[in-house]
Structures are given as structure tokens and as C-alpha cells.
Design a protein around this ligand. Structure first.
Ligand SMILES: Cc1cc2nc3c(=O)[nH]c(=O)nc-3n(C[C@H](O)[C@H](O)[C@H](O)COP(=O)(O)OP(=O)(O)OC[C@H]3O[C@@H](n4cnc5c(N)ncnc54)[C@H](O)[C@@H]3O)c2cc1C
Ligand SMILES: NC(=O)c1ccc[n+]([C@@H]2O[C@H](COP(=O)([O-])OP(=O)(O)OC[C@H]3O[C@@H](n4cnc5c(N)ncnc54)[C@H](O)[C@@H]3O)[C@@H](O)[C@H]2O)c1
Length: 443
């Protein structure tokens, strides 16, 4: 069969969150071909954010796995991507090709049925779970799950071992424990989330353990074998742990295989050389956005990347990946929020000061029975402005917005303290932390 040919302004490889935001932000009606062999919308609505948050919610309400799974299936629209495809095509001169695509050269991309010549090509292929170096991992079949397998499971395992105590490991541990599974988390590092303020790390570890999760630190899984209907996992410290299923949550790497990157002189085993405008440095006309960039792997970051690359290609604006503060939440109970740089990135900077407050002490009227809370905030002496916040506490997934606005809006701490915040809310903890910070800034 001879392939159709088309010349367009932009070809996009992959149709996840980044591409949805990108197409939405295009101005001037450029012609666009989007390639997507799987579900339009990518992982967030079908295999990641939406099903995980739905199940976390239902687990915390005491619903059964069967009831929660029914609701999960409707939350993911029974894996029907029509609404996402329609939204993409509504955005102007966009053609959707439901096929896997690869580069032929800098300006040419091909799939099974079409060869597209494009002034610009955007890589938005997402990321895939890292398979850790565990002996016999590929010999235990479907007893090893990715997070997507875990979220789609019709049967809930009684015993689950999770490799990795990062964002996925912590959220899945909470989720399965809330439905009654016995969960073990194997984390090789000395602590969870080592980028956070140390007082917040301690509170996160306590919160992960609270529902009865067996959190093992300095515990690297080294080999796995079938054991009855389940698996036995050997840990580097000599211990063994048994489970019905083993979940991989050891990070995600950019999905670059099979893209023909060699034709551009790029190595698919390495991170793409991407600048802060999304441009891939090997050529002027290739761009990358979302998880494939290999940095903040969040839907809101993918959306921001999409808008930045759309601005840059169409000349509509000069936005950059780093012109907003990084922020993220982890949906355990109570939730964790982080805004700005890691703790380690600030410790050598004598201009940055931190203050830490205990949430239950400083916001007792707003604190619920959801457990402990710790809020650490940092500011620069030279500007008097907030630069970072790490915190775990009730409703912190909503408190995060005030902190993002304060940092991106460059509001001085002294000015924040003149504002009037509703009572009794988590603003009490925020104001207490700011008051201590201001005392240090003024000293
Ligand atoms: C369990 C879990 C929970 C999460 N929860 C949250 C959350 O609560 N909040 C949050 O902000 N983030 C969350 N995330 C992260 C979030 O899902 C991702 O950051 C986001 O979906 C990335 O979007 P993307 O567009 O970069 O990639 P994707 O959505 O992965 O889209 C990439 C698309 O490219 C396609 N593709 C790949 N190769 C090709 C090719 N060669 N040709 C054509 N198409 C191709 C793929 O099929 C895919 O559809 C979670 C992730 C996981 C795993
Ligand atoms: N709430 C959210 O926004 C949300 C939820 C889930 C996932 N995500 C995104 O998905 C990305 C991937 O999540 P993740 O948890 O897989 O990655 P992660 O980078 O957050 O954590 C990976 C963890 O695995 C550990 N690890 C490394 N090698 C290991 C090994 N051999 N055995 C056991 N553990 C090992 C690491 O020390 C680390 O603690 C996150 O970075 C995040 O951006 C976001």
C-alpha cells in the first residue's frame, strides 16, 4: 500500500496531557498532524491521576474494592477516548493519525499510512516505568505489576509489595492499605522523599506507616521468584518478603525507543538535550514537552510545557519552562505539598532561611483527626520573599495554591502577613510559619 503524504506546519508525536494543552494554546490556526496509537488523552485520565485519585477517595470512605472499581471504570469513561479526541480535533486545523510514528529526518515523520513533512516536530511521548535491576524479574509473569496494572485490577491482592517509596509507591501503599491489603514498601534509600525538609520527611514516613503499611527503608529488592500463587522477594539485607503481587514504582524514564532518534544523531538511551523553551538542542525545529523531557513528571507540568512550546512555535509569547515555580502534591492522608526547590538546593545558600511549624499546635481549630502535620517555609533575606514550602497536613493540597501565588506573584512575606485569612483554616498554620520566618528575616 502506498503511503499518503502531507505537508504541515507542525507534527506532534503522542497525544497525552501535554499535547492537549499544546493544541489548545495554538494561535494563528497552523496545520497540525497528531500521531497517537493508543488512547488520546494519554495516561493521566485513563491509567494514572484520575483512577488513582478516585480509588484513594473511595478507600478513605470505607467503600469496597468492587464498588470502587465500578466507579473507577466510569471515571475513566470505560477507556473510551472519544471526548478527548473530539476536544483535540475541535481546536482548529488538526488531523489525528491513530498510529505509532517515528522520525525519518529532522522535518519528516512517518507512520504506517502517512509520511508527514513538517516545519516543526514536537516529541510528546511520555515516560515508561523503570524496570529495576532485580534478578528473575521477567520470569514471574503477571505477578509483577506496573502502577497501571494495579489501578486496573479487578481483584484486590491480599498482600502487596511495592518496589519504591516515591510518589507512586506512597500513594499506592495508602490506596491498597485503605481497602484492607497488607502492604510492604521496599525503599533502598535511608529516607523517603529525600529532597524535602528533614522535619517534613519524618512526618511523611509516619503518615505512610499510619494505615499499617510496613515501610522498610534501606531495603533494596534483589531477586524475585514464584512462591505458590504469589512471589517471594529477596531483599539486600538478607530478609525475604512474600506477596500476591509485586508493584514496580522505582521511577519513570522518557519514552524514546522506536522514535528513530538515531536519524537525528540522538541516543534514545540518553535524556533529550532540551532547553528551557522546549527546543531540542540538536536542531532548530524539534521540540519536546511533558514527561518525555524527564524532569517534573506531572500533568500540570506537561500542560505548562504544552503552552510554552505552542507560544514558542507560533511566536505568540516568550514563556519558558522555568518561568513558574515548581509545585506538586502527593495524595496520601493528610496530603503532602511541595513548592519550589529541594531542601538540599537551599542549604548552601546563606541568603535562604527556613522556619518550621507543627500544624496541630499552630492550627488546632482547623486540624482534623487526619493526623499530624508539619509545614516548612523558606524565604530569601535579600528580597524578603517566599521561595519554597514543603508541608504535610490536612487540606495542604489546597493550601498549596496560596503558596504558588505568593511565590509567582513575588509577594513579600511582610505583605502576606498584612492580609486577612479566613478562620479557622490551614491559613492559621501558614501565618504561624510566616510569622516565624519574618522574625528571622528581620533579625
Ligand atoms: C499512578 C500515577 C498517578 C499519577 N498521578 C498524578 C497526579 O495526581 N497529578 C499529576 O499532576 N500527575 C500525576 N501523574 C503523572 C501524570 O500522569 C503525567 O505526568 C502526565 O500524564 C504526562 O503527560 P504527557 O502528555 O507528558 O504523557 P502521556 O500522557 O504519557 O502521553 C504520551 C502519549 O504518547 C504516545 N506515544 C508514545 N510513543 C509514541 C509514538 N512513537 N508515536 C505516537 N504516539 C506515541 C503514548 O501512547 C501516550 O498516549 C501520575 C502518574 C502515575 C503513573
Ligand atoms: N500525585 C502526583 O502528582 C503523582 C502521583 C504518582 C506519580 N506521579 C509522577 O510519576 C513519577 C514516577 O513516580 P515514581 O514513584 O515511580 O518515581 P519517584 O522518582 O517518585 O520514586 C521512585 C522511588 O523508587 C526508589 N527506587 C529506585 N530504585 C529502586 C529499586 N531498585 N528498588 C526499589 N526502589 C527503588 C527511589 O529511591 C525512589 O524513592 C513521579 O516522579 C511523579 O512525577 C505523580
Amino acid at each position: 500500500m502506498s503511503r499518503r503524504r502531507r505537508s504541515v506546519d507542525i507534527a506532534v508525536i503522542g497525544a497525552g496531557s501535554a499535547t492537549t494543552a499544546f493544541v489548545d494554546a495554538l494561535v494563528g490556526d497552523p496545520s497540525v498532524v497528531v500521531f497517537e496509537p493508543a488512547l488520546v488523552g494519554g495516561e493521566c485520565p485513563f491509567d494514572a491521576c484520575i483512577p488513582s485519585k478516585g480509588l484513594l477517595h473511595d478507600g478513605s470512605r470505607g467503600r469496597s474494592w468492587a464498588t470502587a472499581s465500578d466507579r473507577r471504570r466510569s471515571l475513566v469513561a470505560h477507556r473510551d477516548d472519544d471526548a478527548h479526541a473530539e476536544a483535540l480535533l475541535e481546536s482548529g486545523d488538526v488531523e489525528l493519525v491513530r498510529e505509532h510514528a517515528a522520525f525519518v529526518d529532522e522535518h519528516r515523520v512517518e507512520s504506517e499510512s502517512i509520511v508527514v513533512d513538517a516545519a516543526h516536530v514536537v516529541i510528546a511521548t511520555g515516560a515508561v516505568p523503570i524496570a529495576p535491576d532485580i534478578e528473575c524479574l521477567d520470569e514471574v509473569g503477571d505477578r509483577v505489576w506496573t502502577s497501571a496494572d494495579a489501578l486496573r485490577a479487578s481483584e484486590r491482592p491480599d498482600r502487596l509489595v511495592i518496589a519504591g517509596g516515591g510518589v507512586i509507591g506512597c500513594e499506592l501503599s495508602r490506596l491498597f492499605a485503605s481497602f484492607g491489603s497488607a502492604v510492604t514498601v521496599l525503599e533502598p534509600n535511608e529516607h523517603l522523599m529525600e529532597t524535602l525538609h528533614p522535619d517534613v520527611i519524618a512526618a511523611v514516613e509516619q503518615t505512610v506507616r499510619d494505615p499499617g503499611v510496613d515501610l522498610r527503608l534501606r531495603a533494596r529488592p534483589v531477586s524475585i521468584a514464584r512462591h505458590g500463587d504469589g512471589v517471594a522477594i529477596a531483599v539486600a539485607d538478607g530478609s525475604e518478603v512474600r506477596a500476591d503481587r509485586f508493584v514496580l514504582a522505582a521511577g519513570k524514564r522518557p519514552r524514546l525507543d522506536g522514535l528513530g532518534l538515531q536519524s537525528l544523531g540522538l541516543d534514545p538511551q540518553l535524556k533529550l538535550p532540551v532547553d528551557r523553551t522546549g527546543r531540542v538542542r540538536c536542531a532548530g525545529s524539534i521540540w519536546a514537552m511533558g514527561d518525555v523531557v524527564g524532569e517534573a513528571q506531572y500533568t500540570h507540568a506537561a500542560n505548562h510545557h504544552g503552552r510554552v512550546v505552542a507560544d514558542q512555535i507560533t511566536g505568540a509569547g516568550g514563556r519558558r519552562f522555568d518561568d513558574v515555580v515548581d509545585a506538586a502534591c502527593m495524595f496520601i492522608d493528610p496530603p503532602l505539598m511541595t513548592v519550589g526547590p529541594s531542601y538540599a538546593d537551599t542549604t548552601d545558600d546563606r541568603d535562604v532561611v527556613w522556619s518550621v511549624v507543627d500544624v496541630a499546635e499552630r492550627a488546632p481549630r482547623a486540624a482534623t483527626d487526619e493526623g499530624c502535620g508539619t509545614l516548612a517555609v523558606a524565604a530569601r533575606r535579600s528580597t524578603g520573599r517566599l521561595v519554597a514550602a514543603h508541608g504535610i497536613g490536612p487540606s495542604f493540597d489546597e493550601l498549596v495554591h496560596a503558596i504558588v501565588v505568593a511565590i509567582d506573584g513575588e509577594v513579600p512575606v511582610a505583605r502576606l502577613l498584612e492580609s486577612m485569612f479566613p478562620f479557622p483554616t490551614m491559613a492559621d498554620a501558614f501565618v504561624a510559619a510566616l510569622t516565624e520566618l519574618q522574625a528571622q528575616l528581620s533579625s
